[in-house]
Design a protein around this ligand. Sequence first.
Ligand code: DOR
Ligand code: ZN
Length: 379
Amino acid sequence: MAILRLPGLIDPHVHLRDPGLTHKEDFFTGTSAALAGGYTTIIDMPNNKIPITTKQLLNEKIKIAKEKIVSDVGFYFGSMGDNLDEFELVADKVLGLKIYLNQTTGNFTLDSHKLEQIFKAFPHNLPVLIHAIDESTEQVIQVLHSVKRPVHIVHVSSKFQLGKVIEAKNNNLPITCGVTPHNLFLSEADQQRLGPFGMMKPPLRSQKDVEFLWKNLMAIDCIESDHAPHTTEEKMKSEVNNLSLRAQRSNLNGIATSSASWRIPRNDIPYGVPGLETTLPLLLTAVNEQKLSIEDVIRLCSDGPSSIFGIKQDEQTYIEIDPNLKFEIGNLKFHTKCGWSPFDGMKVKGKVVKTYLRGEKVFEDGQILAKPGSGGIIP
Ligand code: DOR
Ligand code: ZN
């Protein structure tokens, strides 16, 4: 059976939770999940328990990472608009600035009036990454017309939003975008079945949105897993709450309420799903189904992120995949600490068998071979 060699993949959007929330993930388990999923480089988000908005917090995080990582790792800096003085101080240690214009895990939302100031202040050789939805994407593009600097819209999920990005690209604005595997392989039709395990920000979208993303894959610059682990217990807490709510209601009304109670908006559901170990198998399955080509996978998971974030990988950093190996996602022995997947039950074709980092075999047949601390910090 032909084994295929691909460059080591780059995931520019992961939440490794370390430090602060290491019961969900830590630098060792998160980078182990990366190697098992075919990713040799990942870039870690700044929405830690204490958001990474100062040089000191960033240095502390890098120090912790150095001891534990088994893949290469880069970092983003965070901002809520009150730390502009720190930007120059961290410019040589990060691969971009991440800002949130809409609700996410943690209180991290930026007032959009501060956008222009941030666009000016953050070094223009690095991208500003933006968590936005439909309206806020329009605001970003408006500001981008007056302050031209590289901007990357993370996890584009709707037809409207991608349409706006395409329009901005056609107007030659310096904008790129990424899409998540859950917005490509799941839709809001899966929401009820998945309950809290299908809740993330932005949410699962309509089939029409999903189809638009697939149809316009050429306008998308990279695939980003948005690996955002939460424990089963944390996700189930909302289920228990919903169940007790349902029980209360049925006691009151004498009838059982439907599972539509999943849709009761709750503040305590932790949004986010893991993705590092499932993205490539899902994409390889889609290659098998001729929904995209292996060249598209290389563009979206290696060349694209490499050029947006200025990452150069060694020639001897690569993966070997068996494109014909079939398995069920639920049967994977996960390396991520959270241990579950929203893609549970899906049958896929195509698996990573070996991962090499600078010529060293670091993963083989489900086993991590690298020692904690052997990964590199980028840049
Ligand atoms: O669903 C999400 N979870 N979206 C985000 O933007 C953040 C992430 C997290 O950190 O859990
Ligand atoms: Zn994210």
